[in-house]
Design a protein around this ligand. Structure first.
Ligand code: AMP
Ligand code: MG
Length: 325
């Protein structure tokens, strides 16, 4: 789905005027501001309720612009940018002077990427600068994968919402620390660990629980309202039925291997067998179970390879302890 040219121009004008634009990318919808406008960047944090120490990703219109935004581009970063951009890969590099510290949470590094979505690329081309954007949801909650998710959660706090249809990848970008010669994965995402290793020709370090180097990061993130409980795949049905009997309104993430099994629960999501389809649907499934009034979601982790690694990471965080606990 492509947006009208007049909408792209209007969105670029809103950014120039210091406003906020929600825009589609292949991963999730972003809440964008002019990266070089500290007041606009401050509004992003305010609207999301996000602590200002939690840095944003600067979105660029093409890999050739990288040198304008970062201090130094090591050979491995150049290789990864050429191989995966536009695409769901974010590179953390040394901050260029153009990037205000407000966008990096005070860090001397900056996260940059070129999104692979025609509407995002048209917006970035029309605007001409960098767009600092986190996901367009309230801090800690589930990322939006449609324009309606954004409208429902942020409403009038956003000056303009560009609708580019549902996101095709559905989970956030893979974040790679590329400041040194040996890169490491800070957060698994849309580009797989296997693809990165194949491009680099050597093994990569992965931080098992998304240990992004950000001060004050809370283990609960990407979380629906309902509490999420993770069990072994073969225990999902029994666990869900027990909780339902105990009076919970249970939502079930039914693994594809149990597709036709009857389940006595409030709501059931039959998971797709393909990890790409699961990733694309993940946040929509969580939102759907919230909307259907579930207070408990029973799920299991997929095999942690390929996109399964990013899905498992998000489910673990969704099941993490909540700030009130
Ligand atoms: P979001 O996808 O909304 O969570 O926003 C961007 C992600 O990029 C956050 O998880 C940040 O922690 C991460 N990030 C942004 N800048 C940096 C950086 N300089 N170093 C490490 N992680 C970063
Ligand atoms: Mg987010």
């Amino acid at each position: 789905m492509t947006a009208r040219t007049s909408d792209i121009e209007k969105a670029a004008d809103v950014l120039r005027a210091g406003g906020l634009v929600a825009f589609p990318t292949e991963t999730v919808y972003g809440l964008g501001a002019n990266a070089e406008d500290p007041a606009a960047v401050a509004r992003v944090f305010e609207v999301k309720g996000r602590p200002p120490s939690h840095p944003l990703i600067v979105h660029l219109g093409g890999a050739e612009l990288l040198g304008d935004w970062v201090e130094d581009v090591p050979a491995t970063a150049r290789l990864l940018a050429e191989r995966f951009w536009p695409g769901p890969l974010t590179l953390v590099l040394r901050r260029g002077r153009r990037v205000p510290l407000d966008a990096t949470g005070g860090l001397q590094t900056v996260a940059v990427r070129v999104p692979d979505h025609p509407v995002a690329l048209a917006l970035l081309a029309a605007f001409g600068g960098g767009v600092a954007a986190p996901s367009a949801n309230l801090f800690g909650s589930v990322s939006p994968t449609t324009a309606n998710h954004v409208r429902a959660e942020l409403g009038d706090a956003v000056d303009f919402v560009l609708d580019g249809g549902p996101c095709q990848v559905g989970v956030e970008s893979t974040i790679v620390d590329a400041t040194g010669e040996i890169p490491s994965i800070l957060r698994p995402g849309g580009v797989t660990h296997e693809d990165l290793e194949a491009a680099l020709g050597r093994p990569l370090a992965v931080h098992a629980t998304s240990r992004v180097r950000v001060p004050g990061q809370h283990p609960s993130h990407y979380a629906p309202r309902a509490r999420v409980v993770l069990v072994e795949p073969e225990k999902v049905i029994a666990e869900a039925e027990l909780a339902q009997e105990l009076g919970h309104q249970v939502g079930v993430f039914l693994p594809s291997s149990f597709a036709d099994a009857p389940v006595k629960a409030h709501a059931v999501v039959a998971l797709p067998a393909s990890m790409a389809a699961y990733a694309r649907g993940l946040y929509g499934f969580l939102r759907e179970l919230d909307q259907r009034g579930c207070d408990l979601i029973v799920a299991s982790l997929p095999v942690e390879e390929g996109l399964g690694l990013a899905i498992a990471n998000r489910l673990r965080r969704a099941a993490g302890p909540r700030p009130t606990e």
